[in-house]
Write a protein that binds this ligand. Structure first.
Ligand code: PMP
Length: 406
C-alpha cells in the first residue's frame, strides 16, 4: 500500500509469521448473521446463569472489598480462589491438590501459552491427538513449537501410535517434550480416551521423559453418570492439569487454572507473572463468591442435562438427514460432534456453500497442524436450541450430499 510496508515487515519476529487467526474466529462474525444457524462456535449456553444474583455478588465485592478487587494481586492467583479450585477438582477425583500448586491463569488458553514458554524451545515437538483443539495449535505454532498429531480411534489416543511417534521423531533427531491431550470429550472430535488407555499413556510418557498436559475444560459436562477420572488423579508428578471456568461458568471472565507438578510449580507461576502480572482480581473474587454463594454444582447439573438434550437432537437430526456415506462420533459429553465424509471430499470450500444454505460449521483441516482431515468437519451443539440444531443439520445435508456426488 505504501513504501513503508516492506520495511515494517522487517520488524516482525520469525515467530510472528506463525501467528494466525483461527478458523473458528474466521467464521465468528459470519455466524452471528441473522437467519444463519451456527453450528460452528463452541460457545457455552449462558442464558441459565443467575445474572441478577451475579450482579449482587459483584456489587457486594466492590462495596465491601473494592480496593482489593481493583488492585493488582498475587501472580499465582488469590489464595481463596486457589483453595476453592482444589474443591472443584475434588469433584473430579483429584483429591490431593494443594492450593500451593495451583496457578490461576487468564483462561486455559493462557495456561497453554505459559506451558510453551516454560517447557519448549523453538522446534521442540509437542505430540497431540489428531484432531485437536485449534486454539492450542495456534498457541503452539505462535511459540514456534512443532506439533505432531498422533492417531486416534474410537477409544481415543492409540498408545502404540504414541510410542511409535516418539521413537520415530527421536530417530530423526527431534526433541519431543510434551503430550497435549484432551482426554474427555475432545474438541473437535467429541471422543473420550478410555480409562484403560489413560494410565497406559501416562506410563509411556513417564518412561520416555515426556510431560503430559491434560486439558480438561469439558470434564464436568459429561451427560450421564460418574465423571471420568482424569489422568492427573493418579499421576501428580507426571501430569500438568489444565482446568477452566469457561464451560462450567462464564468464558468472558477469563479465569482458568493449572495444577502444576511440584517440581515445576515455581517456574510456571513466575512465567504466569511475566505474561499477565496477575490474573484479573475482580473476576477471581467473583468466581470465588459464585462458588461459595451459589449452587454451582446444580448449575453444572443443569448444563449436563441441557447439552445432553442438544447432543441427542443433533444425533437424531444427523440420522434423519445425512446419507449412509457420512459417519459421525457420538460424544458422552462436551460440545462437539465430528463428521467424516468419504475420502476425496474437501469440506473447506463447502463452508461457503453452507453459508449460502444458511448454516455454518468448521472444516476439519482447521484442527490439524498439517491441514489433514479435509473430509471431516466439526458441528457444535452447545449454543443453539434443539429446533435450530435440526434446522441446521437439515440445511447442511444437501450441501454435503451434493459435494459427495460431484
Ligand atoms: N482447551 C480446549 C480443549 C478448549 O476447547 C478451549 C476453549 N474452546 C480452551 C482450552 C480455552 O478455554 P479458556 O476459555 O479457558 O481459555
Amino acid at each position: 500500500m505504501n513504501k513503508a510496508t516492506p520495511e515494517l515487515d522487517c520488524l516482525y519476529s520469525a515467530r510472528a509469521a506463525n501467528i494466525k487467526q483461527s478458523a473458528v474466529r474466521d467464521v465468528f462474525d459470519i455466524s452471528m448473521r441473522e437467519g444463519l444457524v451456527s453450528l460452528a462456535g463452541g460457545n457455552p449456553y449462558l442464558q441459565s446463569l443467575p445474572l441478577e444474583k451475579l450482579g449482587t455478588l459483584a456489587h457486594d465485592i466492590l462495596a465491601q472489598e473494592g480496593m482489593t478487587a481493583l488492585q493488582y494481586g498475587n501472580g499465582q492467583g488469590t489464595s481463596e480462589l486457589r483453595e476453592a479450585i482444589c474443591h472443584v477438582m475434588a469433584e473430579e477425583f483429584i483429591l490431593d491438590a494443594s492450593p500451593e500448586n495451583v496457578v490461576v491463569t487468564a483462561g486455559s488458553q493462557s495456561a497453554l501459552d505459559i506451558t510453551c514458554k516454560v517447557f519448549c524451545d523453538p522446534h521442540d515437538v509437542v505430540l497431540c491427538e489428531d484432531p485437536t483443539y485449534v486454539g492450542a495449535l495456534n498457541t503452539f505454532e505462535a511459540n514456534q513449537v512443532a506439533v505432531h498429531p498422533v492417531r486416534v480411534d474410537e477409544h481415543g489416543l492409540v498408545p502404540e501410535a504414541l510410542q511409535e511417534a516418539i521413537v520415530a521423531l527421536r530417530a530423526e533427531g527431534k526433541t519431543v517434550k510434551l503430550l497435549y491431550t484432551i482426554p474427555s470429550f475432545n474438541n473437535p472430535s467429541g471422543i473420550t480416551l478410555s480409562a484403560e488407555r489413560r494410565q497406559q499413556i501416562v506410563n509411556i510418557c513417564k518412561q520416555e521423559g515426556l510431560l503430559v498436559i491434560e486439558d480438561n475444560p469439558y470434564g464436568m459436562l459429561k451427560f450421564e453418570g460418574e465423571f471420568n477420572r482424569p489422568m492427573r488423579a493418579d499421576n501428580p508428578e507426571d501430569v500438568l492439569y489444565l482446568g477452566s471456568f469457561s464451560k462450567i461458568f462464564a468464558p468472558g471472565l477469563r479465569v482458568g487454572w493449572a495444577l502444576v507438578p511440584e517440581r515445576f510449580q515455581r517456574r510456571f507461576y513466575l512465567a504466569n507473572e511475566a505474561v499477565i502480572l496477575c490474573p484479573p482480581t475482580l473476576n477471581q473474587m467473583l468466581v470465588t463468591s459464585y462458588l461459595e454463594n451459589h449452587d454451582w454444582k446444580g448449575q453444572v447439573a443443569t448444563y449436563r442435562e441441557l447439552y445432553a438434550k442438544r447432543c441427542a437432537a443433533m444425533i437424531a437430526a444427523l440420522e434423519e438427514f445425512m446419507p449412509e456415506s457420512i459417519s459421525w462420533t457420538v460424544p458422552e459429553g462436551g460440545f462437539f460432534v465430528w463428521l467424516t465424509l468419504p475420502e476425496g471430499v474437501d469440506t473447506y470450500p463447502l463452508l461457503h456453500t453452507g453459508i449460502e444454505a444458511g448454516v455454518v460449521f468448521i472444516p476439519g483441516a482447521a484442527f490439524s497442524p498439517t491441514q489433514e482431515n479435509p473430509n471431516k468437519l466439526r458441528l457444535a451443539f452447545s449454543a443453539v436450541d434443539e429446533e435450530s440444531i435440526r434446522e441446521g443439520v437439515k440445511r447442511l445435508a444437501p450441501v454435503l450430499i451434493q459435494a459427495i456426488a460431484a
